[in-house]
Design a protein around this ligand. Structure first.
Ligand SMILES: N[C@@H](CCC(=O)N[C@@H](CS)C(=O)NCC(=O)O)C(=O)O
Length: 224
């Protein structure tokens, strides 16, 4: 493999947005060089590449491309190489998908964050819990009808599962406790997949003179 032409992914192991990107690139068999960023001490080259300073950032200098939003990296990956049996990115144009993604960003993620970082108490905590559970109720209804958020695996699944994983890492009993069996089955299907195990590994923090960490995604795993 000629690693000098490989794109680079700036990432952080536990970041749900970076997990979206790494999972999408893995399913799409896109190889890259992994650079693990310390979010408390961001490398100047990373900040020069993407001054807003969030991970993930995907850089393909050979094609003059910098993508610094996880949504766009997922779209790019699946557009480049849609895995067999997956639905293409047109699912993201469906009103139903847009509602799921918007509610994730505007309601579920802030509520998960407030529970995770324990910044809400009393009635506010109950409101955050209700907000999360209302979101999970909608997903559970969909997932009781099919295995994935749309009929087959798609970008939408990759955009949603890492944030819900964050909730279950914080409280492993959450889905059981509140009775979201279909979401539990679906989430488990993503996080027990060999690709998740492959993308969720610990890498040393990136330094300029580091030997490139090549992520070889030519593995032949499939989702269905
Ligand atoms: N909208 C961005 C959000 C990415 C994001 O917020 N990532 C967090 C880590 S999970 C981050 O880099 N935060 C910057 C910081 O902590 O300084 C995306 O989807 O890529």
């Amino acid at each position: 493999m000629d690693i000098s032409t490989l794109p680079v992914l700036y990432s952080f192991k536990r970041c749900p947005y970076a997990i979206r990107a790494r999972t999408a690139l893995a399913f799409a068999n896109i190889d890259y060089i992994h650079r693990e960023i310390n979010l408390r001490d961001k490398h100047p080259i990373f900040l020069e590449t993407s001054p807003k300073g969030t991970v993930p950032v995907f850089v393909d200098t050979h094609n003059d491309m910098i993508i610094d939003e996880s949504f766009d990296i997922v779209v790019y990956a699946l557009q480049t190489n849609l895995p067999k049996g997956w639905m293409n990115n047109e699912v993201l144009d469906l009103k139903s998908s847009q509602v799921i993604f918007e509610k994730l960003n505007k309601e579920a993620i802030p509520a998960i964050r407030s529970i995770k970082y324990d910044v809400t108490h009393g009635a506010d905590r109950d409101t955050a819990t209700d907000q999360i559970n209302q979101y999970l109720l909608d997903l559970d209804a969909l997932l009781s009808k099919h295995r994935f958020l749309v009929d087959q695996p798609s970008a939408l699944d990759l955009l949603v599962f890492p944030n819900l994983r964050q909730l279950t890492i914080h409280d492993p009993q959450w889905l059981k406790k509140y009775g979201f069996a279909s979401v539990e089955r679906w989430l488990d299907c993503w996080i027990s997949h060999p690709i998740f195990k492959k993308v969720f590994v610990t890498h040393p923090q990136w330094e300029e003179n580091q030997r490139p960490i090549v992520t070889d995604n030519q593995h032949g795993y499939s989702m269905i």
